[in-house]
Write a protein of this length. Structure first.
Length: 201
């Protein structure tokens, strides 16, 4: 069965964006993206690079991890604001929204995300990447098999948390860590088999 991975960048104090929800790596953002960060992504997770970045870097690799990306309405809006109706044209791009009803660029889903993801996991394919946002991540917590956390050496005090939802306890175990020249620490966590509704991947 396919697995769902929440692959996301966070601050030291657990925020994925500032209080305004803007892209922390965008213009005026608080998280500068370095050459070592981009090189790491291109070598290890090329499918997670947006289309324009792949083109600029001449990245053509499909990647070994994901063929589908999921995001919520607010996360998708960040791409729209940057002029990208589909930031990941090389992936199946699914946006969960009850307000958007038409798109020629991405697949829109207005139904229960948990039910949708459970069905998606039963379909053939590579892994599924949850890019955000925090509310969608909270809704999908029972289905998240793996976390890949890119932790920046930055603390901001307040902002959008990793999960924006009710209190709940999920246990993951660290299985791999990379430390980049920029100070970013990338750690992969897996849900132990037999815990939670989703089980292991």
């Amino acid at each position: 069965m396919r697995t769902l991975t929440y692959y996301i960048a966070v601050t030291l104090d657990g925020f994925i964006a500032g209080p305004d929800g803007a892209d922390p790596t965008g213009p005026g953002g608080f998280w500068p993206v370095t050459e070592s960060d981009v090189a790491y992504l291109a070598a290890n997770y090329p499918e997670t690079l947006p289309g324009p970045a792949r083109q600029a870097l001449s990245v053509t690799a499909d990647g070994d991890h994901f063929d589908t990306v999921l995001e919520g309405r607010r996360s998708y809006q960040l791409g729209l604001d940057a002029g990208l109706a589909d930031a990941y044209p090389h992936l199946r791009h699914v946006v969960f929204s009850r307000t958007l009803t038409e798109s020629a660029d991405v697949e829109l889903v207005g139904t229960d995300p948990v039910a949708y993801v459970r069905e998606l996991k039963r379909q053939p394919g590579k892994g599924i990447w949850l890019i955000g946002g925090a509310q969608l991540a909270a809704a999908l917590r029972p289905e998240i098999d793996r976390l890949i956390i890119k932790r920046a050496p930055i603390a901001i005090g307040s902002g959008i948390p990793l999960f924006a939802g009710p209190f709940a306890v999920d246990t993951y175990r660290p299985v791999h860590t990379d430390v980049l020249d920029s100070g970013v620490v990338v750690t992969t966590y897996e849900r132990p088999t037999g815990t939670g509704d989703a089980g292991g991947g």
